[in-house]
Write a protein that binds this ligand. Structure first.
Ligand code: ZN
Length: 179
């Protein structure tokens, strides 16, 4: 698949298909969106929010979550806010998210099967909280509230940044605000 992508890329560049996308690194709408990596949202989310290239920083991970205060999502938001002029943040989780019902106990047999040793797993269980780290959320609304709170209450987050939480329908793109 990657070879096909590389071949496509040569044609894309050669035909100057990039021209409609040329912009700069500063988000025109001064907006960041923290959302899920779900493939259903790849094009749907920007289209449903009316975002085009250059409008917003879109930060993605499994679930659109903030797990810890040094989470990569927080780091990206801090860069977006302090370096790139973002003033508003949307936390957007979505219906039927794959990260919703994840359990470490389901990962574990797959990891063993794929050659990760019992010894490595028990080390990660005892000293690295792999169980909590790979645990999904079980209530999407509660997860949005928790993520918004993690962003708003982060010690390095400026207080004037607007942070609002939403659930997007993975099929229709309809947004529901979670207050
Ligand atoms: Zn998801």
């Amino acid at each position: 698949m990657i070879d096909q992508i590389i071949a496509f890329n040569s044609r894309f560049v050669a035909s100057r298909a990039y021209e409609p996308f040329v912009t700069d690194k500063f988000p025109e709408k001064k907006l960041a969106v923290l959302t899920c990596m779900d493939t259903r949202l790849t094009e749907l989310l920007p289209k449903a929010l009316g975002l085009k290239n250059g409008d917003a920083k879109i930060i993605k991970n499994a679930g659109g979550l903030v797990i810890s205060e040094k989470d990569s999502a927080i780091r990206s938001l801090l860069v977006a806010i302090y370096e790139l002029g973002v003033e508003e943040v949307m936390v957007v989780h979505h219906s039927t998210c794959g990260a919703c019902h994840m359990h470490y106990e389901e990962f574990k047999p797959h990891m063993l099967e794929r050659g990760i040793s019992e010894e490595t797993l028990s080390e990660w269980e005892s000293s690295k909280d792999v169980i909590g780290w790979l645990e999904g959320f079980h209530d999407t609304e509660a997860s949005v509230r928790r993520t918004v709170a993690a962003v708003v209450n982060h010690p390095l987050m400026p207080k004037d940044v607007v942070v609002r939480g939403f659930i997007i329908d993975s099929v229709t793109g309809a947004l529901t605000e979670i207050k």
